[in-house]
Design a protein around this ligand. Sequence first.
Ligand code: SAM
Length: 454
Amino acid sequence: MPESPELTNVVRDRYGRAAQRVLSGEGLPADCCSQTSCCSGSAAASCDPITSNLYVNGESNELPEAAMLASLGCGNPTALAELAPGEVVLDLGSGGGIDVLLSARRVGPAGKAYGLDMTDEMLELARRNQRDAGVTNVEFLKGHIEAIPLPDNSVDVIISNCVINLSADKRTVLAEAFRVLKPGGRFAVSDVVVRGSVPQAVRESMELWVGCIAGALEESEFERLLLDVGFENPTFEPTRFYASADATAFLSQSGLDIEAVAHEIDGKFMSAFVRAKKPSFASTRGAAIVPGELSVLFLCTGNSARSQIAEALLATRGKDRFRVGSAGVHPATRVNPYAVEILREYGIDWTGRVPKTIDEVIDQPWDFVITVCDRAKESCPIFPGHPALAHWGMPDPAEVEGDEHTKRTAFRNTAITLARRIDLLLALPFESLERRARDERVRRIGDAHGGDKA
Ligand SMILES: C[S@@+](CC[C@H](N)C(=O)[O-])C[C@H]1O[C@@H](n2cnc3c(N)ncnc32)[C@H](O)[C@@H]1O
């Protein structure tokens, strides 16, 4: 149970009322800018600088309007969490269920998305939204994020959207998240975070404006708590900064001189995407490797086709055995539509994936970094954990010219080669191989004939 029952009751009442408004068809207040925002129930209206425009068109088309209207988050964790088909996802403080429903689509019928919330009205709203969306691989649970009602080591990814700041017992929340994650599981959460020190009065006013009832964590404190409970490689990616100008009316009402305090606010209050990993223990164990604990990063120049196809295939075929990612040396803005189309032929829905840059993954622990294009091999940076490097270079299908059929065939052939290599990888006897032999066998898979001799 939470440490502070009074605070919990305030939070529950507030969100109970917000859910009730949506359930009764009244909707959330339109004059959100005059309310305390984000977590206060002012969400979804377009003028709110915290909750508005978090989801892109494709995502909103996937969901019932009521789920969108009840969105009270401050980020878009499912867009950043890299969910893979077959994974189990848990959303802490799931509210009207928007991120649970989006996750359910990403993990597909072989996966499952849980939403956890303590407020009855929110659970009722979320279940109604689930019915309207026609999504079945979802379960909404009643309970507290400080005492998660799920077994140890049962979840692949924890997401959350603007909820941890509401808890008076953040360490327990993080420890619970760690407990239920499987080894190698990911913590991928959007929340309001404060960067650096801010005078108390300013901080309290800004937190009130943002709606962080129990107070947002300072970035380095958040990092320390994550490390304390056992997570590794915490990273913070600001997704939106809040400026004094956004909160002028609110702050002047609270008696603050905006001009005088602007420098204490600007650049310090943000919504951030916070990632961390539960250790897999693979990298610390020396020789013998237990499958289920290996992590593989596919690296390419732009990360829009080859590495995305490789990631999707290994994440699906090596489910429960590998943690998989992909990244580009130069950023790509979207996954190549032909790659998405060809992956569908393998039963994989890769729509809505956001390619990653190398900066986003370099600090995570990887056992293998596999380059799938020559230029990525040449510019492959040094990874801090010294993963084994392998090169599985192959031509870029996106450079093939011709009609639709020719282009599609080029992507299909790329997927066939990658699928063969991935099957060879999965067939390696990881348990019995000594590390050097293992690394060499993974390298040989990329030989000219697709690793036939591996
Ligand atoms: C700001 S809303 C966010 C809802 C949802 N994540 C979204 O993006 O729309 C916070 C939600 O967390 C729930 N919540 C807050 N504190 C909680 C706690 N300690 N345990 C369980 N749920 C909690 C509230 O009931 C509410 O539904």
